[in-house]
Design a protein around this ligand. Structure first.
Ligand SMILES: Cc1ncc(COP(=O)(O)O)c(C=O)c1O
Length: 356
């Protein structure tokens, strides 16, 4: 096999080699049974075993109490933008607009009821987390805890009785208290596994308070009753999540992975901050810098293009920033090894001293 690159893609994103190899093996032959895991019924004992172990490990890793259901759904995080209000918006919901995905989530809710955006950082291209104060007497309050495109995160999670978190780009990368949330959702394709699976963690009393006048396939209560198997779930995707959860446990769990993520992010932020202004972090609000998506610009578009192409020659790929931010975005999810961040930081230092 060719050497693996350091893949800084924002998603779908790099996965641990051990996870890919174990999954590839199970795709061909699951536990020596002469059949692959993607070839067996979702109602058979092999897949049911995978699903149960996947839920159990997820529960252990995130310390999720029995007050919560764990669901594996489809349709991406984007589908959750619509299912959430379809199920739970009865009169009014509040949203915090901290980026493109948060804004899209709020927009999707508008056809279901009264949607109030209580704070918004679009005036400065989402380079900071605005001050906000949600009201308790709403159906729910929606936040995006990590803004994949703009490189910000909510360093602290607010208190709210019906808090909903889009954690697509940072789930399982830092310790969070699940008990603070009524519901968490996350598209898998950044920190968990392949696209096509969405992890949903939902408090049982909140779940029971939802509306039911909708087709079953959109109804969280029915999906929970059917244990994520109302129809055929993305079985192989869920298998990859299971391998990733096993891998996370071998790393020492979320606290251990978070410590590594802190070190990784610091390497790159230090390279930005010690560059005498050659690199400019796009996030004005240092306390809310993302540990998963590190965004910065160079002095010119020409230097940015040169940076991306020279980095690619050194096996560091997918560093181009999102079009509305420009510059560089280095996504440093759990599976990005520390060596990848060291290589990038060293390259940044050399590039700055050559071109400053
Ligand atoms: C924070 C966040 N929310 C939602 C989405 C949309 O996810 P999907 O493409 O799975 O619908 C993304 C995709 O990058 C994201 O980063």
């Amino acid at each position: 096999m060719s050497d693996r690159i350091f893949n800084f893609s924002a998603g779908p994103a790099t996965l641990p080699l051990e996870v890919l190899e174990a999954s590839a093996q199970a795709l061909v032959d699951f536990e020596g049974k002469g059949v692959g895991i993607a070839e067996v019924s979702h109602r058979g004992k092999e897949f049911i075993g995978v699903l149960e172990e996947c839920k159990d490990r997820c529960r252990t890793l995130l310390n999720i109490s029995d007050d919560y259901e764990i669901l594996f759904m489809q349709g991406g995080a984007t589908q959750q933008f619509t299912l959430l209000p379809m199920n739970f918006l009865k009169s009014k919901a509040q949203y915090l607009n901290t980026g493109q995905w948060a804004g899209k989530a709020a927009k999707c809710a508008q056809s279901f009821g009264n949607v109030e955006v209580i704070a918004d950082s679009s005036d400065k291209n989402f380079s900071y987390i605005p001050e906000y104060q949600a009201s308790n007497d709403v159906d729910y309050f929606h936040i995006c805890t990590n803004n994949t495109i703009f490189g910000t995160r909510l360093s602290s999670i607010p208190d709210h009785p019906h808090l909903i978190g889009d954690m697509s780009s940072e789930i399982m990368s830092r310790e969070i208290d699940v008990n603070k949330f009524a519901m968490i959702y996350a598209g898998a394709q950044k920190n968990l596994g392949p696209s096509g699976v969405v992890l949903v963690i939902i408090r049982k009393d909140f779940l029971a308070s939802g509306k039911t006048d909708m087709p079953d396939i959109f109804n969280y209560q029915v999906i929970a009753e059917k244990d994520s198997c109302l129809n055929t779930p993305p079985t192989f995707g869920i298998y990859i999540l299971l391998e990733n959860f096993r891998w996370l446990e071998r790393q020492g769990g979320i606290a251990a992975v978070e410590a590594v993520n802190e070190r990784k992010a610091k390497l790159i932020y230090d390279a930005i901050d010690n560059s005498n202004g050659f690199y400019t972090g796009t996030v004005s609000d240092i306390d809310n810098r993302s540990r998963m998506n590190i965004t910065y610009t160079l002095p010119s578009d020409e230097l940015t293009a040169q940076f991306i192409s020279e980095a690619a020659e050194q096996n560091m790929q997918a560093l181009k920033g999102y079009r509305s931010v420009g510059g560089i975005r280095a996504s440093t999810y759990n599976a990005m090894p520390e060596a990848g961040c060291e290589a990038l930081a060293n390259f940044m230092n050399e590039f700055a001293s050559k071109n400053n």
